[in-house]
Write a protein that binds this ligand. Structure first.
Ligand code: AR6
Length: 175
């Protein structure tokens, strides 16, 4: 069964799903943007658990509990910094989405919410990142039999929101 794909403009820390994705850095010890918001909302125990993880390579992901968040899990992934597009940025971003989905599946998370990984401080162009986000998830779902029920793409600004909506509409037309 294919999961419902939803596009929301929202604060990801308020969303009730099994797992939210965090756009973290290699240290996994917090930062600004969505990472800062997730740590603030989850409380200090999240940082404590993150300290035990020994960081994370770019393009990979690690999972923790959600503590005070409405979500049961946080999947921390480290997106690529955008250096113009010729340093493997696209493949690394695809890898983030795949690794997160694999971890979610392995932990039986059925509903998942993704922020627009790498499109803030890390500077990945929002339209290209939205395309990769949608494509990576669609690819994953066509390759593996999963029991995901809902996958949400969370935008935090109108441009990103509209980009996701446009891409989903294009995909639906192709189906
Ligand atoms: N809910 C949903 N999306 C959000 C939220 C929120 N509460 N806050 C920001 N966004 P960024 P990156 C959006 O910079 O580019 C951190 O310091 C934001 O508008 O959070 O992967 C880490 O520690 C943008 O579209 O992550 C790293 O050092 C998207 O989330 C670094 O930033 C990602 O923006 C990672 O940079």
């Amino acid at each position: 069964m294919r999961p419902i794909i939803e596009i929301l403009m929202a604060d990801i820390t308020k969303i009730e799903v099994d797992a939210i994705i965090n756009a973290a850095n290699n240290s996994l010890l917090g930062g600004g943007g969505v990472d800062g918001a997730i740590h603030r909302a989850a409380g200090p125990e999240l940082l404590e658990e993150c300290r035990s993880l020994n960081g994370c390579e770019t393009g990979f992901a690690k999972i923790t509990k959600g503590y005070n968040l409405p979500s049961k899990f946080v999947i921390h992934t480290v997106g690529p910094v955008w250096f113009g597009g010729t340093f493997g940025e696209e493949d690394l971003l695809i890898s983030c989405y795949e690794e997160c989905l694999q971890l979610a599946f392995a932990n039986r998370a059925k509903s998942i919410a993704f922020p627009a990984i790498s499109t803030g401080v890390y500077g990945f162009p929002a339209d290209q990142a939205a395309f990769i986000a949608l494509n990576s998830v669609t690819e994953f779902l066509s390759r593996y039999e999963t029991d995901f029920e809902k996958i949400i793409f969370v935008a935090y600004d109108i441009k990103t929101y509209e980009e996701y909506v446009r891409l989903v509409a294009d995909n639906d037309e192709e189906d």
